[in-house]
Design a protein around this ligand. Structure first.
Ligand SMILES: Nc1ncnc2c1ncn2[C@@H]1O[C@H](COP(=O)(O)OP(=O)(O)O)[C@@H](O)[C@H]1O
Ligand SMILES: [Mg+2]
Length: 243
């Protein structure tokens, strides 16, 4: 039985002369909440897009649920929430959830069940019949998160799921992620909020396309001789620059 949900071996992505991801190697165990952390431009989105088959690596290998990506056969088993919200703006919230459900071959009754649960999770029950175009940015983001989960994937890639979400709702997101984890779902998410790492089982700190540190949040803080992750990141970045 394969215990890894995701495996990256020397993943590298170049855009022309620019290297966005530079030899990233990471293993992500099944059933974990795994955080890819780092400032803007660190390469988090690039890594997620390669794993979801939306970008082709320049070199290196990525494996998702034991299959080398890109591989269309993994798509029904994974959920992906892009950083830039992916909604049909001329459809309602209900219309978007239904469309995603149908794309994944769910029955009408199953879509209705999932819709109820997910709208509760993102606290948008009252907005079910509103056009997506009429929602605020944060609300669109929440609908997009719900859409990524409609087919109950066992592996979720969430690119900045909590950005622009108010603190109360953010806390409830983390509670729900914890519920999913207890069901055995693996969640790979990105964030540039260092304080959110405390909710992750393990984290990878990225900077300029490279891995600065990996481990449990406590391990990473300890290895940097820091008191929190913010400080750990700065200390590790300085250490790396000093060579
Ligand atoms: N299509 C592209 N063409 C050129 N550069 C890109 C492209 N996509 C991303 N980059 C660059 O790669 C770097 C990493 O981007 P990204 O993976 O989006 O970082 P993050 O998600 O950590 O903010 C950034 O400097 C970004 O400008
Ligand atoms: Mg990004």
């Amino acid at each position: 039985m394969q215990s890894l949900a995701v495996e990256m071996k020397g993943l590298t992505k170049r855009f022309g002369a620019f290297t966005a991801l530079n030899g990233l190697s990471l293993n992500i165990e099944k059933g974990a909440i795994y955080g890819l952390l780092g400032p803007n431009g660190a390469g988090k989105t690039t890594a997620i897009k390669i794993l979801c088959g939306l970008l082709k690596a320049s070199s290196g290998e990525g494996y998702v649920l034991g299959r080398r990506v890109p591989d269309r056969s993994v798509l029904p088993e994974i959920g992906y929430m892009p950083q830039e919200t992916a909604l049909y703006l001329d459809l309602t919230v209900h219309g978007n959830l239904t469309l995603y459900g149908e794309l994944f071959g769910l029955s009408r009754s199953r879509i209705a069940e999932r819709e109820k649960e997910l709208l509760e999770f993102v606290a948008l029950e009252k907005w079910r019949d509103s056009l997506a175009s009429n929602l605020s940015g944060g609300m669109k983001h929440r609908v997009s998160l719900a859409c990524s989960m409609i087919h109950e994937p066992r592996l979720l890639f969430l690119d900045e799921p909590t950005v622009g979400v108010d603190p109360e709702l953010r806390a409830s997101f983390w509670e729900y992620f914890d519920v999913l984890r207890r069901k055995g779902v693996t969640i790979v998410l990105t964030t540039h909020y260092m304080d959110e790492a405390q909710h992750c089982d393990r984290i990878a700190l990225l900077r300029q396309g490279q891995l600065l540190a990996e481990g449990t949040p406590a391990d990473v803080i300890k290895s940097a001789g820091a008191v929190n992750l913010e400080e750990a990141f700065l200390a590790l970045a300085k250490r790396e620059e000093a060579g």
